[in-house]
Design a protein around this ligand. Structure first.
Ligand SMILES: [Zn+2]
Length: 729
């Protein structure tokens, strides 16, 4: 009730009333900043976004293509014309091009998959023939395998548990999994761990085809021949160039032998369309798939194995390709050695109008406007670094190599990194470091939604409330899937990921149909959400650049981290209960007695009992942090003398680094951050407090306890750091 009342008030109040107080600014400075933002907004022009998108998506531009290089050079010139110092930093990275792709059904009757999406009427970009990158999964290994087929639903851990219950083993088989349910790279990784020798991934029409809506070109969804490309590199181990883990892929860098690169898949894997998948799935016999595994093809979904037998042959041309990052700098007037970094990738799988160009053109328009303000004498106080990354699609390669190359300097100078990627019509999505939550929330109250006119935050909250949520504005935690990963998870730089969406659904992602024509019909036809993104990310960038004291707030941070711990404690308790119940059912043979004797089911075995872990070191550290966070939030920094304020900012810049540990996470030391990481078995999906949480999920109790101690050490060093900050005032 209280919240409803509050938001009614908000909806009646004009914007400027909302924006008077901004964290990091004294009242006088806040007035100036708001006036500056007004000028910034007035400079933004949707026609620029439209023209630049059309230009950058004329031809396919994956890493290593001439058109990709042309785009990089053109962007560099654009940045220079807006007053930036721009350069192209190039790395030599391993990139596989598909030379041979063969998929055949050999039994019970022959069928050869076409592996080619058809051009459609009204979209000339889809008719570029051989210039289009053939559909494949980058960093699949080479291979030529033939075996019986098994349908494994999404191919995630719970699906293999289900198969085990049904007594079905994938050892020596080729699995076929649906897209979705996890990041795609998890599917071949798990399949290989389970002994499969090949993996197919297909797009079921239920997920992004005709079940969802009319298909392209009539509607936005995937037609029968569309194929989602994508990387299957083992990014949860480390992202970036597979041959140079943890260091930059410069021309003369020492490289691993390809055979020894741990992030290339162990088995061949190929993505296919539903036109190519249907004959394969139709030829399967064996048990009918569980109800929630079934898709929308007009067949009875069965699991196999066989009698369908398939042959999969893949050969790649493995070559070093130049990845061209464009780095454009606008030197700060007061603190040139404090950098606000703002990035988006420029490479695409094919044309990439939505992914990534819709975000790239918004970033460029921001940079143009910030440059124009600087020319009029309103140069930002801190340095702006605009980055256009190459080779994001095959595995966050351009950004990762750049961060690895500049690690020392970044940890000294970077204040924050703000990432965007694809963008479309709908609601604000904002994830990132929770110390930035208050600042992002203030910005989201200052930017109007293009369709309704209310602040973008208010629209987002309305949606949460309408669907039963409490409507509180919160950043989501960052897993992986775009270029923020090396910044936050490797270098410990406070990061954000921003974008609009939710009213732009379609099936074009990573297909030949992600074109200018498709975007203009279904994504953000008038580029108004591109402008909203420029306003949002631009404000965040400019506030970070001009703040008198960096706008961090540790109260929401502490609250969020405490919430993660509560979740883990609850999970452990409920695991203990379900384990006890499970073991009781095994002992009393209940599973065996309940099963259909004709179905040849395998009864599950006993599980290790869940011990009582000692979470108190974490609870104590979080209690100390609560006190420090609260006293920080009550301080008035506007009266602090300049020298002390500078010391304060130097410390604030380094807070996110307190959350990293030099030895990193167990078995994946590249990931240094102790609060956020992509899940080892979820891929893009985040695991918060990953060391502790994943040890518990994997039932490794000894490691769980030692990760608790390690995380407590990290939180204690954060508390000490905040204490030093608080002592300044
Ligand atoms: Zn992208």
């Amino acid at each position: 009730m209280k919240k409803l009342f509050l938001s009614l008030l908000i909806s009646c109040a004009p914007f400027y009333l909302q924006a008077q107080e901004i964290t990091g600014f004294s009242p006088e400075a806040a007035k100036e900043q708001i006036a500056l933002e007004k000028q910034f907004d007035a400079l933004l022009a949707p026609a620029n976004l439209d023209a630049w998108m059309k230009k950058m998506t004329e031809q396919p531009h994956w890493v290593g293509t001439p058109f990709g290089e042309e785009n990089a050079k053109w962007m560099k010139k654009q940045f220079e014309s807006w007053g930036y110092d721009a350069r192209i930093e190039t790395y030599q990275v391993l990139f596989p091009y598909p030379k041979v792709r063969l998929l055949e059904l050999t039994e019970p009757e022959p069928f050869t998959a076409s592996l080619t999406a058809v051009p459609v009427e009204g979209d000339p970009y889809t008719a570029q023939g051989d210039a289009l990158l053939p559909s494949y999964n980058a960093f699949s290994t080479d291979g030529d395998v033939e075996a019986e087929l098994v349908f494994v639903n999404y191919g995630i851990p719970s699906d293999y548990e289900e198969l085990e219950k049904l007594g079905i083993d994938v050892k020596g088989k080729i699995v076929i999994a649906k897209y979705y349910g996890s990041w795609r790279g998890i599917k071949p990784k798990l399949a290989a761990e389970k002994g499969a020798i090949g993996c197919l991934i297909y797009s079921d029409p239920k997920d992004d085809g005709y079940y969802q809506g009319a298909v392209y070109p009539e509607g936005a969804f995937k037609n029968a021949t569309g194929v989602q490309r994508g990387s299957v590199m083992d990014m949860p181990l480390y992202p970036g160039d597979v041959l140079t883990p943890g260091y930059a892929a410069t021309k003369d860098a020492k490289r691993l032998e390809r055979e020894n690169a741990p992030t290339i898949t162990k088995i061949p894997v190929l993505p296919i369309s539903y036109a190519d998948a249907e004959p394969l799935l139709k030829a399967l016999k064996g048990p009918v798939a569980p109800a929630d595994w079934r898709g929308a093809l007009p067949i009875t979904y069965r699991i196999g194995p066989g009698p369908a037998k398939v042959r999969l042959k893949l050969e790649f041309e493995w070559k070093l390709q130049p990845a061209h990052n464009v780095i454009a700098t606008l030197k700060g007037s007061e603190y040139p050695d404090q950098w606000i970094l703002r990035g988006n990738h420029h490479d695409a799988w094919v044309h990439g109008a939505a992914d990534p160009v819709s975000g790239m053109v918004a970033l460029m328009e921001e940079a143009r406007a910030a440059g124009a303000l600087a020319r009029k004498g309103q140069r930002p106080k801190r340095t702006l670094v605009y980055c256009a990354w190459d080779a994001e699609e095959p595995g966050l390669i351009g950004s990762t190599e750049w961060v690895e190359d500049h690690m020392g300097e970044l940890q000294q100078k970077a204040v924050a990194y703000i990432n965007t990627d694809g963008n479309g019509r709908g609601f604000l999505g904002a994830g990132g470091s929770h110390s930035l939550q208050t600042m992002v929330s203030e910005v989201a109250m200052a930017v109007p939604d293009p369709q309704t006119g209310v602040p973008i935050q208010q629209r987002l909250q309305a949606r949460h409330r309408a669907y039963g949520g409490d409507g509180e504005f919160e950043l989501y935690a960052l897993g992986s899937g775009s270029d923020y990963t090396p910044f936050i998870q490797h270098a410990g730089i406070a990061s954000l990921n921003l974008g609009f969406g939710g009213e732009n659904a379609g099936g074009e992602y990573h297909t030949i149909y992600d074109t200018y024509s498709h975007f203009k019909r279904f994504k953000d036809p008038d580029m108004s959400y591109g402008i909203a993104l420029a306003k949002t990310a631009g404000r965040i960038t400019l506030r970070l650049a001009n703040a008198e004291w960096l706008p961090l707030d540790f109260v929401p941070w502490q609250k969020t981290v405490s919430g993660y711990l509560d979740e883990i404690v609850e999970t452990t308790t409920s695991m203990r209960k379900t384990t006890e119940k499970h073991n009781e059912l095994v002992r009393s043979k209940a599973y065996e007695l309940a099963a259909d004797p004709k179905k040849n089911l395998t009864a599950p075995g006993m599980k290790s009992a869940v011990p009582y872990l000692d979470f108190s070191p974490l609870q104590n550290a979080l209690a100390t942090l609560e006190g420090e966070a609260e006293s920080f939030s009550k301080k008035d920094f506007s009266t602090l003398p300049k020298s002390k304020r500078e010391a304060l900012n130097e410390l604030l810049m380094k807070t996110e680094q307190q959350l990293t540990s030099p030895e990193g996470l167990p078995r994946r030391s590249w990931y240094k951050h102790q609060i956020y990481a992509p899940g080892f078995y979820t891929g893009y999906g985040v695991k918060t407090l990953p060391g502790v949480r994943e040890a518990i999920e994997q039932r490794d109790w000894e490691e769980a306890q030692s990760e608790i101690e390690k995380l407590a050490g990290t939180l204690e060093s954060m508390a000490k750091h905040l204490k030093a900050i608080n002592a300044l005032n």
